[in-house]
Design a protein around this ligand. Structure first.
Ligand code: ZN
Length: 442
């Protein structure tokens, strides 16, 4: 079962590598997002003074999950200690995202990208490597001896001198690339290569990574060859259902942010289809690559896909260039799997300013008029009640397809809202029928 999944994901990987190379500088050090192992867990806290957005894997491998929990707890504690509530400043932010890689039947790697904007802004990487054969966590020293380390140091220095010719004549560079195991402790094992990571403030003032093929390391590392799967293009998304919308009758737009997720988005899509209803999914670019079939299904079944940025950072804290990258990378991710570019953007946390509006470049920036607060209550009946108490014609309802309780609430709300006389339409349909004239759309 896992092999099959690995094959599928690695074919997506091939797509990502070719499609996302133009945004290589967006992520700390990756060309695209890989979730080859584990189920994504989302945690968010949204307070006046700070936002926390965590995505990390649950692997069901006890030592690995314990390590992950330990790291998450560690960074949350640091963040809570450091952030200072100040009405003048932007909200402090902790954002953790991850990559997971399956090398083969044996090695699983996880990389956490920790972005913190509290007392100061920082980006840190953590990596974990698990050996399924010995059923234990392993470290650099378990794989590479002194000779290997000398060789790795030499290759890393060569590659970095090529890539950053003006930045390698420093003491820091010599120190942090010297042949010492602790310099190379942060690494993952991908299908064909080991990737070593260097945090900002070590080799350079920015982060860096070096990829070394197993082929190059073959004298030092005994790795059997792996098959590389070939990307098979997904079918074009061409046919959408024809809808009958009565412009004189009430309508509302259900919106689901931060997904897709396999279980909950699928359940919501099933219910929408069964009731011939539509919704809008504001997906993360980083997740679009994970679930091409779900995105295609959304479109095929008459739903709309919106851009919710690539990595769910608070855009108002980013430079114009980074905002543009967050948006355009997501446009490309969605286009790659659906053949179309979204017309609408929802900035994470609804945070926007003039720069964000400029960067939207003609795409509509959409927030919401009814907040289900599903992430806060995580209670099906509370979510249902909040929406039913507040809903009226022209509303845009905010939910997140991340939680079982949200999926359950959606399954109750979809037929219920229709029963109450509301047509369930997409955001663009809501605009098309002029419902925004009521001043409801912020
Ligand atoms: Zn969001």
């Amino acid at each position: 079962m896992r092999n099959k999944k690995t094959m599928l994901l690695s074919s997506i990987l091939v797509l990502c590598l070719s499609a996302c190379s133009s945004i290589a500088h967006l992520r700390i050090n990756e060309q695209s997002v890989h979730h080859e192992f584990g189920e994504s867990i989302h945690e968010k806290e949204y307070e006046d003074a700070y936002v926390i957005n965590l995505i990390y894997p649950k692997t069901n491998i006890q030592p690995l999950d314990e390590k992950l929990q330990g790291l998450i707890h560690h960074y949350k504690t640091i963040f809570i200690e450091q952030y200072t509530p100040s009405p003048q400043k932007e909200r402090s932010e902790l954002n953790i995202d991850y990559q997971s890689y399956v090398k083969d039947d044996r090695y699983i790697s996880i990389k956490l990208d920790i972005f913190m904007n509290a007392a100061q802004q920082s980006e840190v990487i953590e990596t974990l490597l698990y050996d399924q054969k010995s059923e234990s966590m392993i470290a650099y020293e378990d794989l590479f001896d002194e000779d290997a380390t000398a060789f790795i140091s030499q290759i890393i220095q060569e590659k970095l001198k090529e890539q950053y010719p003006d930045e390698c004549n420093t003491k820091a560079f010599a120190l942090y690339s010297a042949p010492a195991a602790h310099n190379f402790a942060k690494f993952v094992m991908r299908k064909n290569a080991v990737v070593f990571y260097f945090d900002a403030g070590t080799l350079f003032d920015h982060s860096a990574y070096v990829e070394i093929d197993y082929e190059v390391l073959k004298d030092y590392l005994d790795m059997e060859k792996e098959e590389i799967s070939v990307f098979v293009p997904y079918q074009d998304v061409l046919n959408e259902p024809i809808k009958q919308i009565d412009k004189d009758k009430p309508m509302v737009a259900l919106t689901f942010d931060d997904g897709p997720t396999l279980k909950y988005t699928s359940a919501i899509l099933d219910c929408l289809k069964e009731n011939q209803a539509s919704a809008t999914f504001f997906v993360l670019g980083s997740r679009a690559d994970d679930f091409p079939q779900l995105l295609q299904r959304m479109i095929l079944e008459g739903n709309e896909i919106g851009n919710h940025t690539f990595s769910h950072k608070q855009l108002t804290t980013l430079s114009k260039e980074n905002i543009e990258e967050e948006i355009s990378a997501t446009q490309e991710s969605i286009h790659n799997v659906t053949n179309r570019y979204p017309d609408i953007i929802r900035p994470p946390y609804g945070s926007k300013n003039d720069t964000v509006m400029q960067c939207a470049q003609g795409k509509k920036v959409v927030t919401w008029t009814v907040d289900s607060e599903d992430w806060r209550s995580r209670n099906t009946q509370t979510i249902v009640n909040k929406v039913l108490n507040e809903v009226s014609d022209g509303d845009i309802i905010l939910m997140h397809d991340l939680y079982p309780t949200t999926a359950e609430a959606a399954i109750i709300l979809i037929p219920k809202l229709q029963e109450m006389g509301f047509q369930l339409v997409t955001i663009s349909e809501l605009y098309e029928y002029g419902k925004n004239d009521a001043g409801k759309i912020m």
